[in-house]
Design a protein. Sequence first.
Length: 384
Amino acid sequence: MFYFNIYSMMGLAGMIAALLLTRLWKDNKRILLLLFNCGFLLVFNYKLFLFYAAYTVLNYLGYSLLCRVTFARLAWFIGFIAANIGIVSLTRFMEYGWLEHPIANLIVTIGLVYNVLKVIDAYYFAYFFRRDGQVPALDYANFILFIPTFTSGPILRFRDFIADSKKPYTVDSALIESSVKRIILGLFKAVVVAFYMRTVFDYIAGQELLFYHSIFLLFWFYLLIYVDFSGYSDIAIGFGRLLGYQIPENFKKPFLSPSMTQFWRNWHASLGDWFREHIFMFFSRKAISKWTGAYLSLLIMTLIGLWHGYTWPYFLYGLYHGGLMALENLFGLSLVNKKKSSKTYYYFRVVCTQILVAISVIVYSGNIDIVMKIYKGLLSFPSF
């Protein structure tokens, strides 16, 4: 993560200072940002810079073609998206050691799983808006290479980023104060609190586990993931605002979600929104049945699971969440209105939802041995 590198933080601070000093220059935000994005990646890792330079240029050519082409538009659209998914899949296979090739050592694809979503969003924009969707290469490159959200969320929307690009750079003292506070809060979460929580988790997980240890670890890790990831989001939002761009909120009180459907509108909200918008978009012209909604929920959550990784734990994680959301849809339990339901029922649903979430997020640890050890611990009881 860039935010753990002091030089990266200094570079971002220097970029903000340059924008403040040149704020009378109409295009300072667009031009200086591109120079910064490219220079940052080049200094961080020249292989990473070369990969993303080629990746951005090729996708911009595809994006521009899709804006203008008048024949077989759907085929072009699907083809460009399939090509990007293929690139992600190829790098996944190399990462897991399923595919060995000398060129693998020359490819550095940090942040690709996030950036491919941005690329696909731009293709959607080009497909539906045609020539009216064309944007300058400068703004497209800044959208793909935007450093504050390069390696983690929130996930930017193409239309929102381009709209912000057209606005002059205006940052007042109130915005600077709130943004700096947001960055400090994020750093405290990700660097201090998450580190302490990870230490506690690793210590307990290294012991022989009984059922109460496993229950504690499941909920502890749930909190750990929230603190860690929401910390990164706070930092990204703070720096994004200081650079002149509005970054969407990623966490909207997820612990008060009374259903799995509402949970995924509040937890990593930009990711859930992205998948809903890009899958449901093709079904939005007509009302969908409960069964269709259930199938789509299952599909979307399975894709979200695979987006995290091509492994069985992530696949089952997506299937689990998708299955629960499908059942909510079928039985009319997707939404709970706090104002129209009793407090007892509402908070009962909140507690049930949090339990269902907590027993599954342990897969984010990325260590299948730890995951299985914790689940097996749920069946181990002390002898008296």
